[in-house]
Design a protein around this ligand. Structure first.
Ligand code: BMA
Length: 322
């Protein structure tokens, strides 16, 4: 049992939240949320935002800011649109990008959900400039989403963390590839907990795993079903550096959840859904960008060291019956 669970405040919301809403968009939009994030070489923060229009379908649009908080310059048109003619899996839109800079490729890997007739799948595109994209199409078929590429090969293979849904639930898996197109050696990395747990209905990767000397820090979302609907919250786990399918530590309580009105009310209430972060030049301050209530975009900061300290104190190896 986890008794005396600490309500440590690890994430501080920015007082100017939400930082981006549909009203800021240069063209009509219903909602902007769940952005991927990266820091460009000149220090600019780039968010690749999911934009839902009034058909109900989504595309991706880049917003850039010098300080990562204010004065966003938003592309005047969609940056990456669904292309169902050439990529039929994008028929009902593209959603929830995760961005990883991959030095070996000299490019950013954008891994996103393509919403096909067969359900949501994982698609990959590479870009150097967030203007032109080299699409790989769907790399992991439905039902699968919440995926990100790790920034370098491990023992000669690329690594993807993702969330397939099977008859036994929605858990986090790790898969390997030699060429980014063909994925195999699938391994179950982290399971939903059961019963009353906050992460008992579904879990999925939030922002891309962060490499630390102790392992890959994984920020993940967990879903609980209640009589009033679902609640999306955020928890922490640490994955082995060389074998990321091995979870070393998993936090008990959630570390971030919907509290503010913009997180509690919106198109889908009670959702915080991070898809990206940037690390400040101090190497410790983490800015976590998240969709709030499937309606707008907000940001919260945390100390990477404090997150790891917390996990070492309050986390435990998974695998025991929970
Ligand atoms: C998930 C995804 C997210 C969304 C969340 C809450 O399944 O579809 O895009 O933010 O549900 O609606």
């Amino acid at each position: 049992m986890y008794i005396n669970v600490h309500n440590d405040v690890l994430f501080q919301r920015y007082e100017g939240n939400p930082i981006l809403t549909a009203a800021d968009w240069p063209y009509p939009a219903n909602a902007v949320f769940n952005p991927g994030a990266t820091r460009l070489p000149d220090g600019t923060t780039l968010l690749l935002c999911r934009v839902e229009d009034r058909t109900g379908m989504s595309h991706l649009c880049a917003a850039r800011s010098k300080d990562g908080l204010t004065d966003w310059a938003i592309d005047p048109e969609p940056t990456l649109r669904p292309d169902p003619e050439r990529y039929p899996e994008e028929l009902w839109g593209i959603e929830d990008p995760r961005i990883t800079y991959v030095p070996e490729l000299n490019a950013y890997a954008v891994v996103y959900t393509s919403y096909s007739r067969g359900g949501p799948g994982v698609s990959l595109a590479l870009t150097e400039d967030f203007k032109t994209f080299k699409r790989y199409g769907v790399v992991l078929p439905p039902e699968d989403k919440d995926a990100a590429l790790l920034p370098h090969k491990i023992q000669g293979r690329w690594v993807m963390v993702h969330r397939p849904v099977g008859p036994m639930g929605a858990h986090i898996w790790v898969s390997y590839s030699h060429d980014l197109r063909h994925w195999g050696e699938q391994r179950l990395a982290l399971e939903t907990r059961r019963g009353g747990w906050w992460d008992s209905k579904r879990i999925g990767l939030a922002s891309p795993p962060i490499e630390t000397p102790e392992g890959w820090l994984m920020i993940y979302h967990g879903v609980r079903q209640t009589v009033a609907g679902t609640i999306y919250r955020v928890g922490l786990a640490l994955l082995d550096r060389e074998r990321p399918e091995r979870c070393l530590l998993r936090g008990g309580p959630w570390v971030f959840g919907p509290e503010e009105p913009y997180e509690r009310f919106g198109d889908v209430p009670n959702v915080v859904f991070p898809c990206g972060h940037v690390l400040e030049p101090d190497g410790d301050t983490l800015r976590l960008y998240y969709g709030a209530a499937d309606t707008c975009i907000a940001v919260a900061t945390a100390s990477l060291k404090a997150l790891l300290r917390w996990l070492k104190r309050h986390g435990r190896p998974p695998g025991r019956p929970e």
